[in-house]
Structures are given as structure tokens and as C-alpha cells.
Design a binder for this molecule. Structure first.
Ligand SMILES: *[C@@H]1O[C@H](CO)[C@@H](O)[C@H](O)[C@H]1NC(C)=O
Ligand SMILES: *[C@@H]1O[C@H](CO)[C@@H](O)[C@H](O)[C@H]1NC(C)=O
Ligand SMILES: *[C@@H]1O[C@H](CO)[C@@H](O)[C@H](O)[C@H]1NC(C)=O
Ligand SMILES: *[C@@H]1O[C@H](CO)[C@@H](O)[C@H](O)[C@H]1NC(C)=O
Ligand SMILES: *[C@@H]1O[C@H](CO)[C@@H](O)[C@H](O)[C@H]1NC(C)=O
Ligand SMILES: *[C@@H]1O[C@H](CO)[C@@H](O)[C@H](O)[C@H]1NC(C)=O
Ligand SMILES: *[C@@H]1O[C@H](CO)[C@@H](O)[C@H](O)[C@H]1NC(C)=O
Ligand SMILES: *[C@@H]1O[C@H](CO)[C@@H](O)[C@H](O)[C@H]1NC(C)=O
Ligand SMILES: *[C@@H]1O[C@H](CO)[C@@H](O)[C@H](O)[C@H]1NC(C)=O
Ligand SMILES: *[C@@H]1O[C@H](CO)[C@@H](O)[C@H](O)[C@H]1NC(C)=O
Ligand SMILES: *[C@@H]1O[C@H](CO)[C@@H](O)[C@H](O)[C@H]1NC(C)=O
Length: 620
């Protein structure tokens, strides 16, 4: 998740809903067949007999079978065909300013590792938090698992989730792990991204040491899929091919994956979630204005493709036997920086897909997940607005979707707008074509699109320094043609827009023709962090967001014929949102002093919604 405003997109003639249908009269109540009758007033003896149902969350059942999706480590290592050295580097503790290691002639030694951190020159690295070793989990007390009172109004649908639907929760490493310089991790862009004057904090949720407890809490609620990211800089602190693998990191994620499975859940791994190794940015301006996206993630670097593929193969070698779903890149456009970044992501992804399916013969799924808050035309009957919305969506999604799903060229809008953009050759297109098992999307909200007064063409010849609308060059609004907000507004840019989600799923499926995976969706309630704990926990607007989005997902599946592969709620707890902790997307509250977690109402409501519709993959 990210906290800035991005918008965009529209349907292709599939079952898009009409945006504005004029009507008169009040809302019809088709379900009411009884004619109104006269009330009959009477006295009765009063007593407190109103029944309250007390229910408990249903934990994930213990696993009964073991699935294997690719060769185990020994065989995968021999297939990899390169020797991997492993080592450990230990910790760089807060306030350290000098290097005591003496192995200065070892390129990848202790002194070199410490130098990475000294060069990273962290501001305010003064504490590691409460924990420096893995905390033993304790069972969640049953008193924490009593369902909260329901919201009065709720879904009335009769659909169920298909058997292969993946329901789960998600988070990313930089936002929850902490332990940034412990157990051999190398520095990443995340430690350098300091927005405004907000004080930096590297502790986040200490999930690196609290993962067992966090997993217990998910399993106790009945969650089936756990989607997390692995930081490249933990596995390979020196980033590049031929550099040693961090033994402690491999052990850590081995154990995390095993523990997830032991609890009856299924791991889903993202290979990079904004946390680029600082290696790619050491000679570069981190704050440079991008041609596209938000940040300079270093994906344009000449060594990026080869290095990422090497890293991805190492992850497959160690974990592909037990992990059935892989996401190579999270929202790559936002950190692509320029056309070279996009082009490199496409090439690196395709190479890893081929390796997984053609060399390892992996039977799981490999895909990517993209950002784009669905752009809908301000006036759907005005072709100019429709074209603008299509441009907005296509520029964010088509750079990846066209080649990787369809074997089609980059969108003309990207080629015409981004400096230095080059089409893929026929040979390149053939290689990257059809190299994804799903189309991942983080469809938080929608945005209303029209053409700016200056037009698209002149803007597209400029840059972000001269024109804030560049590169999409469309007007984005949050109100519809009548001036109403699109939906209930959150802390930031997220408006509750469930019916646009249905259109969006249809657009994605019919345009790129791959099963759609909702990789993240979630809602930060306005000023939630300022409320008392019991009020934070009773988060009805978030329940409304989740239940309405899931309801429209079912409608898309059953009425529009859209293959939706699954949905992962963001985030499984409040976390660091790239600057602070105020935008609370979580379905659990975290006490920043004690690191205690508390379930929010929306978590119970969502699991109940999915479970009641057969979406948890187990019977109860
Ligand atoms: C409460 O539950 C009891 C037992 O199921 C039932 O007989 C009674 O009618 C319920 N009362 C109300 C007010 O629903
Ligand atoms: C690091 O320095 C800060 C500021 O002097 C201090 O508050 C903090 O306790 C130190 N941290 C450690 C782990 O020594
Ligand atoms: C470092 O901490 C101080 C004191 O809390 C704060 O004023 C300053 O903004 C912080 N600097 C950064 C870069 O986080
Ligand atoms: C995790 O499970 C795998 C496969 O069962 C096993 O080979 C490995 O040793 C386990 N790792 C840890 C850290 O327990
Ligand atoms: C980095 O880029 C920003 C934004 O373009 C610019 O203001 C700044 O001067 C640049 N810094 C350096 C060191 O070039
Ligand atoms: C993968 O399948 C190919 C073609 O069937 C076969 O040649 C190769 O040995 C298999 N590789 C593994 C690791 O099983
Ligand atoms: C469509 O919208 C554009 C831009 O707002 C406007 O100039 C044009 O007249 C509209 N076309 C129609 C047919 O309404
Ligand atoms: C992208 O940015 C990098 C770093 O500034 C630069 O080397 C590369 O040429 C740029 N690519 C394009 C297409 O402009
Ligand atoms: C894409 O790849 C899948 C999986 O290998 C295959 O089933 C499908 O037929 C391919 N589609 C096209 C259009 O080549
Ligand atoms: C943006 O465009 C202006 C005006 O054409 C030009 O002076 C400037 O160098 C451009 N900036 C970048 C980063 O290309
Ligand atoms: C965190 O927990 C501590 C200890 O229970 C408590 O004093 C504090 O008020 C809590 N913080 C918040 C923001 O609730």
C-alpha cells in the first residue's frame, strides 16, 4: 500500500454497469410482498429477553496433507547449476558509527557489510525495539475470539465462493518487520525514504521476531492464505549474482513458511515490495523527479534484470517446494522511475516465469500485482472522457499486461509519452508473451477521469517538473458529474466504491484475459489513530468496505463470468505507511509501545462473510 493519490480506467464492452441512469420515485423494495397493515398496539410485561448470540472465531484446522509444488532444495540446487556460498554477518546495532571488523580485503566480509550501513548513513537509528530473538508464540485466549455485535445492515446475497478461491491477508516486509540491520540484512531504499519532516522509525511491528505470534493470531481467526514479502537485502545483502547468501535469512523464512503450513495456512510470497537494495541507488539521486510513478526504485539499473533473476531463482531454490503462489513484483510502476524501469521489470518477470515453469517444472502460480485505482469516465457517454479513462488505465497496466499476458506491444500511449521508450522486438515479445498465471491488482478505489482544458497532447510532450498532470495528462477527480463524492471517504485517497470494483474486475479479465487476483484491498478510517482503543476496534466503515467489495466480487464472478482467483485484505495489522503510522489500513490495532495486537471488528466480519459463503477452503 502507498499513501499518495493515484487514479484511473474503463470497461471494454463487457458487462460494465451504466454509470448514470435517470429515474424518478423512491427505491423499490422488491422483497416486500405483504401489503401494509394497521399496527396493533398493546401492553405486555417487559423483561430483558433480547437474545445476544455469542459466537467464536473458528481456527484453521490442522493440515492433513503435504503438497509439493516444485523440487525440494537439494534437487533445485543441482538444477540451479551455480554454486552458492552462504555466510552470516550478525547485527549492526543502533548508534554504531565505526567498523571494528578487520577483514577489509574480503569484498563480502564483515567489514564490507558494516560499510554498507555506514555508507547508508541512517538518520535516527537509535533503537531496535523490544525484541532481538524470535518470540515463542502463545495460543490466542478464547476471550479474544468472541465475535463483536453485527452491523445492522448487511449483505443479502446468496452467492458462494468458488472452490479455488484464495482468501487471505497481506502485508509487506518493510512495513512490519523491523530488525532492519539485524541478522545480516543489508540496507534498502526504504530506510532512506523519509517524507516531509516526519521522524524516521525503523522498528515498525517487530514482526521479524513476532512472526509466530502474528501467524497464530491469523490462524485462530480462520485465515487461509498469508501473503508476505521477502526483502532481497536479507537474502543477498550484497545484492548481486555471486555474492553470498545470508544463512540466517534463509533459516528465518524457511521457519516462517513451515510455521504457516503447520498452522494449516498457505504461504504466498512477493519477491520485491518497494524495498530495493540500496546498491542500485548508491550513485543516483533518490529524490530525482520520475518520468512515471512515485520513486526511484533503481529498476532501471543496468545490473537490475540479471540481479533480480538471480535473487528470484535463489528464492525458488529454497522455497518453491512449499510455496504455491509467487508474485514477482508489487506495484512495479510506482518505483519504475522511467521507461527503462518498466522494460526491465517485464524482462525480469518473464525470465523467472520461464525458469519456474520450464526448468523447475513448478506446478504453482507465478504472477505480478499492479497499482491502478480504476479510472472511470466522468461522462461515460462522452467518447473523449472514455478515451481519457482508457489512457489512464492502460498507461498504468498495459506496460505489463500487454506483453506479459497477451504478447502484445507496449501501449502506444506509453511509447508516445515516456522519454526514450522503445517497442519490444518480435523476438522479445514472443519470449515474454503469456508469462503470468494471474493478473494481480490492488483495486483500492476508483477515480473520475476527464480531459484537461489544455488537452492530452501538449501535456504528453512535457514532464512532471513542468506539468503536474504528466504523464497521464488527464484530470482526476473524486466527485461524479453531479458533484457527489464517489463514495464514503477514508483517511486518504480511498473512497468506498464497490460497484466500480465489479466493473473493474470485468475490465481486467476481458482486457488481459488472465484470472484476476485482488492482491491488496483495504481502508484507512479517517483519524482512527486518534480514537480510544475500543472505538478503533469497532470499525464499521471498514467492515462496510470489505463486505461490499467482497459482495461485488461475487457478483462479478457469478453474473459477469469473471475469473477472480482470490482476494487478500490489506493489511493484517496497522503498519508503517512509508512515513508514519497514522494511515491505519489494519484489521488489527498495534500498540506502538508494547507491540500488542488487538483484533478489529472488520476482521471478524470479513472472515464470517467469506466463511459463510464457503470461501475458507475448509468445512465447519
Ligand atoms: C430468545 O431465544 C429463545 C430460545 O431460542 C427463544 O425461545 C426466544 O423467542 C428468543 N427471544 C427473542 C426475543 O428473540
Ligand atoms: C542511541 O542514542 C540515542 C540518542 O543518544 C539514545 O537515546 C539511545 O538509547 C541509543 N541507543 C542505544 C541502543 O544505545
Ligand atoms: C530525528 O529525530 C529528531 C528528534 O525526534 C526529529 O526532530 C528529526 O526530524 C528526526 N530526523 C529524521 C530524518 O527522521
Ligand atoms: C522446513 O520444512 C522443510 C520441508 O519439510 C525442511 O526441509 C526444513 O528443514 C524445515 N526448516 C526449518 C527451519 O524447520
Ligand atoms: C535530486 O532531485 C531533486 C528533484 O529533481 C532535486 O531537487 C535535487 O537537487 C537533486 N539532488 C541532487 C543532489 O542532484
Ligand atoms: C521438467 O520437464 C522437462 C520436460 O518434461 C524435463 O526434461 C525436465 O527434466 C524436468 N525437470 C525437472 C526438474 O523435473
Ligand atoms: C465531451 O467532453 C469534452 C471535454 O469535456 C467536450 O469538449 C465535448 O464537447 C464533449 N462531447 C460531447 C459530445 O458532449
Ligand atoms: C532511466 O533513468 C536512468 C537513471 O537516471 C537512466 O540511466 C536511463 O537512461 C533512463 N532511461 C530512459 C529511457 O530515460
Ligand atoms: C498460455 O499459457 C498457458 C499455461 O501454459 C496455456 O494453458 C495457454 O494455452 C497459453 N495461452 C496462449 C494464448 O498461448
Ligand atoms: C522538463 O521540461 C522542461 C521544459 O521543456 C525542461 O527545461 C526540463 O529540462 C525538463 N526536465 C526534465 C527532467 O526532463
Ligand atoms: C499501549 O499499552 C500501554 C500499556 O498497556 C498503555 O499504557 C498505552 O496507553 C497503550 N497505548 C495506546 C496508544 O493505547
Amino acid at each position: 500500500m502507498r499513501t499518495e493519490l493515484v487514479l484511473v480506467a474503463v470497461a471494454t464492452g463487457a458487462h460494465a454497469q451504466q454509470l448514470y441512469v435517470s429515474t424518478t420515485g423512491y427505491t423499490e423494495r422488491a422483497q416486500c410482498t405483504q401489503p401494509p397493515s394497521t399496527p396493533s398496539y398493546r401492553f405486555e410485561a417487559f423483561s430483558f429477553t433480547q437474545n445476544e448470540t455469542v459466537r467464536h472465531a473458528i481456527p484453521v484446522p490442522s493440515p492433513t496433507t503435504t503438497h509439493t509444488y516444485a523440487p525440494g532444495y537439494e534437487e533445485a540446487y543441482s538444477i540451479l547449476g551455480t554454486s552458492l556460498s552462504t555466510t552470516t554477518w550478525g547485527n549492526l546495532l543502533p548508534n554504531a558509527t565505526s567498523i571494528s571488523a578487520t577483514d577489509t580485503d574480503d569484498t563480502y566480509g564483515q567489514a564490507a557489510w558494516s560499510s554498507l550501513w555506514v555508507e547508508a548513513d541512517l538518520a535516527n537509528y537509535t533503537s531496535v525495539g523490544l525484541y532481538t530473538t524470535t518470540v515463542d508464540p502463545t495460543p490466542v485466549p478464547s476471550s479474544e475470539l468472541v465475535l463483536p455485535p453485527r452491523d445492522y445492515f448487511g449483505p443479502t446475497d446468496c452467492y458462494t465462493f468458488p472452490e479455488d478461491f484464495l482468501f487471505g491477508v497481506a502485508a509487506s516486509a518493510a512495513q512490519i518487520e523491523g530488525a532492519i540491520a539485524l541478522e545480516g540484512r543489508g540496507p534498502t531504499l526504504m530506510e532512506k525514504l523519509i517524507r516531509d519532516d516526519r521522524p524516521k522509525n525503523y522498528i515498525t511491528n517487530e514482526n521479524y521476531y513476532l512472526y509466530k505470534q502474528d501467524l497464530q493470531r491469523l490462524a485462530a481467526m480462520g485465515v487461509k492464505y498469508y501473503s508476505f514479502s521477502i526483502p532481497w537485502s536479507r537474502i543477498l545483502p550484497f545484492t548481486v549474482p555471486g555474492s553470498p547468501v545470508n544463512e540466517e535469512a534463509i533459516k528465518h523464512y524457511d521457519d516462517l513458511i513451515n510455521y504457516t503450513l503447520e498452522l494449516g495456512m498457505v504461504p504466498v510470497v512477493t519477491m520485491i515490495h518497494f524495498d530495493s537494495p540500496l546498491y542500485f541507488l548508491k550513485d543516483s539521486n533518490i529524490s530525482a523527479t520520475p518520468d512515471i510513478g512515485y520513486n526511484n526504485g533503481g529498476y532501471w539499473h543496468p545490473e537490475f534484470v540479471e540481479s533480480f533473476v538471480n535473487y528470484g531463482k535463489i528464492l525458488f531454490t529454497h522455497f518453491a517446494d512449499r510455496v504455491p503462489v509467487w508474485t514477482t513484483f508489487n506495484e512495479p510502476l510506482l518505483y519504475a522511475f522511467n521507461f527503462t524501469g518498466i522494460d526491465n521489470v517485464v524482462k525480469a518477470h518473464a525470465e523467472l516465469y520461464h525458469y519456474y515453469h520450464d526448468v523447475l517444472n513448478g506446478t504453482g502460480k507465478v504472477g505480478f500485482k499492479l497499482n491502478d485505482n480504476f479510472g472511470v469516465p466522468k461522462n461515460p457517454e462522452n467518447q473523449t472522457d472514455v478515451d481519457a479513462a482508457n489512457r489512464f488505465n492502460e498507461m498504468q497496466l498495459g506496460g505489463f499486461g500487454n506483453p506479459l499476458c497477451l504478447g502484445e506491444q507496449y501501449p502506444q500511449s506509453l511509447l508516445d509519452t515516456l522519454p526514450g521508450a522503445q517497442p519490444l522486438s518480435g523476438e522479445q515479445l514472443a519470449y515474454v508473451s503469456n508469462t503470468t498465471d494471474f493478473f494481480g491488482i490492488d483495486p483500492y478505489t476508483a477515480t473520475v477521469i476527464s480531459v484537461p482544458a489544455e488537452g492530452i497532447e501538449s501535456c504528453a510532450q512535457q514532464n512532471l517538473s513542468t506539468n503536474p498532470l504528466y504523464p497521464y495528462c488527464v484530470t482526476q477527480e473524486t466527485t461524479n458529474i453531479y458533484g457527489w463524492n464517489m463514495g464514503y471517504r477514508s483517511e486518504s485517497y480511498v473512497y468506498i466504491t464497490p460497484t466500480y470494483l465489479r466493473s473493474y474486475l470485468s475490465y481486467l479479465w476481458n482486457t488481459w484475459r488472465k484470472p484476476v487476483l485482488i492482491g491488496e484491498f483495504g481502508f484507512p478510517i479517517h483519524d482512527e489513530s486518534l480514537r480510544d482503543l475500543p472505538d478503533q476496534l469497532f470499525d464499521s466503515p471498514r467492515s462496510q468496505y470489505y463486505l461490499s467489495y467482497l459482495s461485488e466480487t461475487l457478483t462479478a464472478i457469478w453474473e459477469d463470468g469473471v475469473h477472480v482467483l482470490g482476494a487478500f485484505a490489506w493489511s493484517f495489522m496497522d503498519n508503517w505507511e512509508f512515513g508514519d503510522y497514522a494511515s491505519q489500513f489494519g484489521i488489527q490495532v498495534v500498540n506502538r509501545t508494547t507491540q500488542e495486537r488487538f483484533y478489529k471488528k472488520s476482521f471478524f466480519d470479513m472472515v464470517d462473510f467469506v466463511g459463510a459463503r464457503g470461501g475458507l477452503g475448509h468445512n465447519h
